[in-house]
Ligand binder design. Sequence first.
Ligand code: CP
Length: 334
Amino acid sequence: MSLSNAAVSSPAPTGAGIFAAHPALAARHLLGLEGMGRETLLELIEESAREREWLRSGAPNRDDLAGCTVMLAFIEDSTRTRTSFEIAARRLGANALTFSASASSLNKGETLLDTMRLFEAMGAQLLVLRHSMSGAPGYLARHLPRVGVLNAGDGMHEHPTQGLLDLLTLHDAWQGRFEGRRLAIVGDVAHSRVARSAIAGLTALGATVTVCGPGTLLPVDVELLGCDVAPTVEEAMGGADGVMALRIQKERMEKGLLPSLVEYAREWGIQPARVALMKPEAVVMHPGPVNRGIELDPVVADSPRSVILAQVENGVAARCAVLRRCWNAWKEEV
Ligand code: CP
């Protein structure tokens, strides 16, 4: 499938694009958390918490997105992000459609941009895009004048709604105070869009992040992301207020970046003894999907310290908040 050469040569977008005053991008897009201001992040956390209360109440669907067609284009596999965007869009009254890439004319050589232009011509106003190529949502945002683009995870760049649901989860766990808190992120930071969005959001809110993992899975100059680096998982987790284990992508083994999953689990897996090194009230997070027994000991994954299912619940709420904001901005801008 072709994204076209223009996408490949375009720089990956930086900055939030949405809500914050980013000069190059309209407010109807959500491309990343990098560059998003503290006030905007706190507003989004508050709005997400309010959406969660409403979702929990079981109240009927609302009409905030009445008249809005949301195209869900997941050109890479997803369970949590795709279904939670779909639930959020429908609960807010949008017409939500899922584009099935595997049965589409992308397989006949049609480019991503040409395909998304079809949806723009059909009247879709918001496009939720997951793509394996970093920068794909930013590329579409620059080339679709009548569409708001929401990044549902692009390559190794960002996963901003995952970042927002993680912030809401930590806001609850940390009683609303980010300053002075520290999250340990363990694993494949080099390939992780989840880690990049978490680091951007947490550091903007005054928390610190310590990363650790195999040397082959840490980016060169990882400190430039705004985090500290620890040589061992024990040092990263010691005294931390929480830990986020990242998914190990098994294809990394094929590329020689990981010698063995057994060794990974021994060196970097989150086991009960390591959880005990954190503060007593510290939480265990994972964006999913979890490789049980590799990143997380099953006892830890199912323990009271685990907030993995709270993260999933918060995903619907955060996506409600973001869809509403993007739609309101779309009505102002287009
Ligand atoms: N956390 C996350 O993005 O999960 P999915 O790949 O299932 O959407």
